[in-house]
Design a protein. Structure first.
Length: 402
């Protein structure tokens, strides 16, 4: 086994054989990443194309991602096979405008490890993690974090079942499952983490502690008429309380860009973090536009609904949903935030519902909408349940002091 850092290509060149080494290596990484997610979910709802994954690693100003891989030497002239990788993501505060507040050097790093099923429990993941951690420390990061898929609680809700993968010795049983009452809102706590699952066992063995539990929930959009009806009936209620609902696809309109940047900054500060260490983020219009450009390069399209306060003309809340053009069956809930002084009026549920209705009009082929929420955020979990979301998986966050 050989451990080495990848040189990322500027672009993927698949037009000639043999392909350039940087392209061939990165294609192996993306194939392995998609194999691991499909084995967990039993579907391709989290497939990321090589082009979109490369853009995600190279197009962002606020996060820099690099990959270290483990190779299995092969005989003859064939290139060494990638049997595992660690993705190291380092957040940065870009300080987009000249009058921005001085930024604080980030102390956190995110590291995610994936190993091919045929090569697990051989020290491959441990070797990759050690290399990624050492690089993070070299870059001045003292807090290491990771998010993992831990266990399904309702495989039927996402159409999951036994997964058979040609060429592997492990054909089924790779998806840990925990049963939970479907009629209840999931609670927080260590008891909802399946500690025998590979991710939890690996994290604990390497000194990572459970810092937060998130729930992944899914809404069947083929049966989301209730949310659409709520959207139509609730819009009038919002107007009666002095709000207008506005929506757009893609980039935020210029007139609202400043307010939208402010909402994203508040989202970063107020999102439930559990025991995770977080730094405040400075958001302004240049950073908003840079984020929008990065998402376009990653193949993401954004559908947004926002609430405007009539008395000030300012946006006071928003909800957005992301979709990939090459993955029409799935959509992913992004941020939902209402400013504190405008809460208690049902705006959060309304914004989410109206945005689902907008998504159904713009993307009628979409079948499922996924969302991630902190287990301690009971209000948003109840709002999701009201809209028809079903908890389907646990998504814990792990943290370690370097």
């Amino acid at each position: 086994m050989r451990i080495e850092w990848l040189d990322l290509p500027d672009a993927l060149d698949q037009t000639r054989l043999p392909m350039p080494p940087t392209t061939a290596d990165f294609l192996q990484v993306t194939q392995l990443a998609n194999l691991v997610t499909s084995l967990f979910w039993g579907n391709n709802d989290f497939y990321v194309s090589p082009e979109n994954q490369l853009a995600g690693a190279t197009s962002r100003d606020d996060v820099r991602t690099s990959y270290v891989v483990a190779r299995e030497p092969l005989a003859g002239d064939r290139p060494d096979r990638v049997i595992g990788y660690a993705a190291l993501s380092l957040p940065w505060e870009p300080g987009a405008s000249a009058d921005a507040q001085p930024t604080i050097q980030p102390t956190t790093a995110e590291v995610n490890v994936a190993v091919h099923p045929d090569f697990r429990r051989r020290g491959v993941g441990s070797a990759l993690l050690r290399e990624a951690e050492a690089e993070a420390v070299r870059r001045g990061r003292t807090v290491l974090q990771s998010w993992t898929d831990n266990a399904l609680v309702d495989p039927a809700a996402v159409g999951s079942g036994p997964v058979f993968v040609s060429g592997t010795s492990l054909e089924t049983g790779l998806t840990p499952v925990v049963r939970t009452p479907s009629e209840s809102v999931p609670d927080a706590g260590r008891d909802r983490v399946r500690w025998q699952a590979p991710d939890a066992a690996f994290a604990a063995a390497h000194g990572y502690e459970l810092a937060q539990v998130e729930w992944t929930s899914v809404l069947d959009l083929r049966e989301a008429a209730g949310a659409a009806l709520l959207a139509e009936s609730g819009s009038g209620a919002a107007e009666e309380h002095g709000y207008d609902l506005v929506g757009w696809e893609g980039a935020c309109p210029e007139a609202d860009a400043g307010a939208m940047a402010g909402l994203l900054g508040r989202m970063a500060a107020e999102a439930s973090a559990g025991a995770l260490e977080r730094l405040a983020e400075h958001w302004d219009v240049p950073r908003l536009r840079a984020e929008e450009r990065a998402r376009r390069e990653m193949g993401l399209s954004i559908v947004t609904t926002a609430a405007r306060d009539r008395s000030t003309g300012q946006l006071v809340g928003h909800s957005d949903i992301e979709t990939f053009a090459d993955l029409p069956q799935a959509a992913y809930q992004g941020n939902t935030l209402v400013l504190p002084e405008h809460r208690g009026r049902g705006l959060a549920v309304l914004l989410k519902a109206v945005n689902v209705s907008q998504l159904l009009r713009l993307r009628p082929e979409t079948e499922r909408l996924y969302t991630w929420n902190a287990a301690e955020n009971g209000a948003i979990l109840r709002a999701n349940q009201e809209l028809g979301f079903v908890p389907v998986a646990t998504h814990p966050a792990w943290q370690k002091k370097a």
